[in-house]
Design a protein around this ligand. Structure first.
Ligand code: NAP
Length: 247
């Protein structure tokens, strides 16, 4: 029996269990299960492994993508440079960390541009775990970016600064929402930006996938921009995790 699962807290709205259970059925992957392991503290991780010796792979979600790192025996160089792990492969008790969000986002973003020229500069909204994987992708695609946060700092500007700038949003053809704004059940919330600066040459990517059209994306639709939600990234990161566990 091969056992996979997800650690995080809380896990009541998890996408992964349904996705992998359906995948195993559809692809006739036998003697394999995917379970949820809600951990109230990351300190429960070692006990979880002791009690589930047949675990061969795990996904990691909020709030443990960074806290899990000291518990690993090895970390893939890309995940290490990102500073976050969302996939663990377990071989003979050895725990190796990877970041499949990076691959899911990279392939989805590249498809999003299609035959269009890749924007030279971007705004990344939010500075949490997902933002780190997004940052690494933009670096690797040679897209300059500015982090936008609720508070300004040495490497980030505030939403107010973007609102006060007559052209920063206009000049950033790619805008990526990595905040939970607009996500169910907060359907109405939206990053505060001078949306009137958007043009038909802008690309708005929202990592949120529920609802399928967020208020942020709607602003882009109204201004005739290219828009995309996070569903393809979500599927892409799950498939990349599966590939990592099986290679
Ligand atoms: N599509 C996918 O495959 C995928 C993968 C990963 C994550 N996601 C989605 O991406 C979102 C973020 O995930 P995460 O893991 O990065 O979460 P996180 O670590 O909690 O970080 C989210 C960041 O958003 C900003 N933020 C939080 N609340 C905010 C608010 N009320 N107003 C403005 N900004 C706020 C914060 O940045 P500042 O403190 O700098 O403002 C925070 O660090 C979630 O909706 C998640 O579902 C999607």
């Amino acid at each position: 029996m091969r056992k996979f699962g997800l650690i995080g807290f809380p896990l009541s709205h998890s996408f992964s269990k349904k996705y992998f259970t359906e995948k195993f059925e559809k692809e006739e992957v036998q003697r394999t299960s995917y379970q949820l392991f809600p951990l109230k503290s990351i300190e429960e991780f070692s006990k979880l492994l002791e009690e589930n010796q047949e675990l061969t792979g795990l996904n990691v979600t909020i709030p443990y993508k960074e806290q899990i790192i000291p518990y690993l025996d090895e970390i893939d160089p890309k995940a290490e440079s990102i500073g976050a792990v969302n996939t663990i492969k377990i071989i003979n008790g050895k725990k190796i960390g990877y970041n499949s969000d990076y691959y899911g986002f990279k392939s989805s973003l590249t498809k999003f541009f299609g035959a269009n020229s890749i924007p030279k500069s971007a705004l990344i909204l939010g500075t949490g775990g997902a933002s780190k994987a997004v940052k690494a992708v933009l670096k690797d695609l040679n897209i300059n970016f500015q982090l936008v946060s609720r508070s300004s700092g040495s490497n980030k500007v505030s939403y107010q600064e973007i609102l006060d700038s007559p052209n920063q949003l206009a000049a950033s053809r790619l805008v990526i929402n990595t905040t939970p704004l607009g996500m169910s059940p907060n359907y109405e919330s939206i990053p505060e930006l001078p949306y009137e600066q958007l043009t038909e040459n802008h690309f708005l990517y929202d990592l949120v996938y529920n609802p399928l059209i967020t208020p942020f994306m709607q602003k882009g639709i109204d201004a005739n921009c290219w828009v995309k939600n996070g569903l393809e990234m979500l599927h892409g990161q799950a498939e990349k995790s599966w590939e990592i566990w099986n290679k």
